[in-house]
Design a binder for this molecule. Structure first.
Ligand SMILES: Cc1cc2nc3c(=O)[nH]c(=O)nc-3n(C[C@H](O)[C@H](O)[C@H](O)COP(=O)(O)OP(=O)(O)OC[C@H]3O[C@@H](n4cnc5c(N)ncnc54)[C@H](O)[C@@H]3O)c2cc1C
Length: 473
């Protein structure tokens, strides 16, 4: 981080409505979204955490549990859960975005497997903590389906089960299901089969992040909302009302990171957009099943994901929103009518029985993609600086693992977690503009056209495979 100031300015006057608009989850939560008090002036603490999303709050949680005497302050520019943590697809994804081969090449096969096992274990950890702390998570451990919804996707999706088996994951953990077996769980139109993993859950992300904020407060952590951090410097977080001096400042700003000075090229803020239907009637669920609340994706290049909510809606999201020059992050980028319309078409083609369903919510948010798709956590003791992030689209579990790992790192405790290969990993910076803009836009266009071509021809599009190697988005 450098000394220069971020362009972040004080938030516009906060209103409950401003925050409810950010996602269906925040809209439907039965609690006030009024802000907690802002930072009154300069303070000194043991740990300052920037960002009250999952990364910041899980870190606060595990630190406070390990040492109740630590003075911990969380600094949040809006409200707890304002970012991706209050908006996401609710899938507690057990996947690590970096391929196991890539991890093994640098750190050995054992470490690659340890990383994958740690992600699997995190799915249960989140459920256990939410249950233990009385967080109304709406957690359901239904597993995850990766479906082939077209001939061109079949080979790709089928490979996934074989891939994990080759890495020693059991066939009782990840398995291939033929079309009938998938239909026994979930009737998706045109599905030709799918890979199923048991290690996944769904939850209501806003209830989890907001509940977690209350839990850490009870543990003695102070959360200052409406408190933008202008820059992070050695051992201090700079705000408009004064410095927060700390033994360590933890950065948990994910998709907003490029707005901080010195961090413009650390991750690309990539918008993922979502829609949700109205609650669907029993006749729909009788036809479709989905009684175990599996989360699912399919094998298209422009990634989609979906879940059944506790109140019987379908929430479905996907990529395709444009990247904005110089990695800008703005509220207005969350509404892209063309992409929301595409998501609606996808939802209705996968579930023809929902063709007349009303779409009640359309929203989006930004997530952080590092240049090498390798998330990381780390603690630089000499600078009094720690971080966690770059989870791509797998941050619900990733951020809990980051929080636990940062807890150990900051407490100076060597553990299985601090030996994981993402600890202290440094990703290369993204290219400067205009190269970054050109590359990301081209990549998105190639994936979109590959999906259209595959739908028409039923044959895999080779250009997309090549592009995924050069610039995965
Ligand atoms: C639409 C969408 C769907 C997704 N679906 C899934 C999914 O199904 N499964 C999955 O595993 N992952 C999913 N993800 C990704 C996942 O939500 C994120 O990886 C995860 O929530 C990141 O948590 P975080 O705390 O690091 O970041 P965030 O939740 O974004 O929190 C960062 C916080 O920092 C605050 N902040 C930023 N800058 C400053 C500053 N200068 N000063 C003070 N505060 C600041 C922000 O206001 C925000 O509250 C999705 C993301 C999106 C956007």
């Amino acid at each position: 981080m450098t000394d220069s100031r971020a362009s972040t300015t004080a938030a516009s006057p906060p209103t409950d409505a401003r925050y409810r608009r950010r996602s269906m989850w925040l809209d439907l939560i039965d609690e006030s979204l009024a802000s907690r008090p802002t930072l009154p002036g300069p303070i000194g603490v043991d740990v300052a955490i920037v960002g009250a999303g999952f990364t910041g709050l899980w870190t606060a949680y595990y630190l406070a549990k390990a040492d109740p005497h630590l003075r911990i302050a969380v600094l949040e520019k809006e409200i707890a859960g304002f970012g991706a943590s209050g908006r996401n697809g609710g899938c507690v994804s057990p996947f690590f975005p970096t391929s196991l081969e890539t991890i093994a090449k640098r750190h050995g096969r054992g470490k690659a497997l340890a990383m994958q096992r740690a992600m699997f274990d995190t799915v249960d950890e989140i459920g256990a903590v939410c249950a233990g702390e009385g967080i109304e998570a709406r957690y359901r451990r239904g597993g995850y389906l990766s479906l082939a919804t077209g001939a061109a996707q079949l080979a790709r999706v089928r490979e996934e089960a074989a891939y994990y088996h080759a890495w020693g994951v059991g066939d009782d953990e990840v398995m291939w299901l033929d079309a009938d077996a998938v239909r026994g769980r979930l009737a998706v139109d045109g599905c030709l089969g799918g890979t199923y993993t048991t290690h996944c859950a769904s939850l209501d992300p806003a209830r989890v992040v907001r509940g977690l904020a209350r839990v850490v407060e009870k543990l003695g952590v102070t959360i200052h909302e409406q408190t933008p951090v202008l820059s992070i410097e050695n051992g201090k977080a700079v705000t408009a009302v004064g410095d927060v001096r700390a033994g360590v400042v933890v950065r948990g700003t994910e998709g907003f990171t490029p707005e901080l000075p010195g961090a413009r090229r650390d991750v690309i803020p990539t918008y993922s957009l979502m829609i949700a239907t109205e609650p669907l009637p029993a006749s729909f669920w009788n036809e479709v099943g989905w009684n175990n609340y599996e989360t699912f994706t399919d094998g298209r290049h422009l990634y989609i994901y979906a879940m059944r909510t506790e109140d019987d809606r379908i929430a479905l999201g996907g990529r395709g929103a444009p990247y904005h020059f110089n990695s800008k992050v703005r509220d207005e980028y969350e509404q892209v009518p063309g992409v929301h319309a595409t998501l609606e078409r996808v939802l209705k083609s996968l579930f023809p029985a929902a063709r007349d369903a009303k779409i009640t919510h359309r929203w989006g948010g930004s997530l952080g993609i590092p240049r090498d798709w390798f998330p990381s956590v780390g603690y630089d003791k000499t600078r009094g600086y720690a971080w966690g992030g770059g989870y791509v689209g797998d941050g619900v579990a990733g951020s809990n693992l980051a929080g636990r790992t940062l807890g150990d790192l900051i407490n100076g405790r060597e553990s299985e977690l601090t030996a994981l290969p993402w600890v202290d990993h440094r990703s290369p910076k993204w290219e400067p503009e205009p190269l970054r803009w050109l590359g990301v836009r081209t990549s998105l266009a190639i994936f979109a056209s590959a999906d259209t071509k595959e739908q028409k021809t039923g044959k895999p599009a080779g250009r997309a495979k090549l592009m995924k190697k050069v610039l995965p988005i």
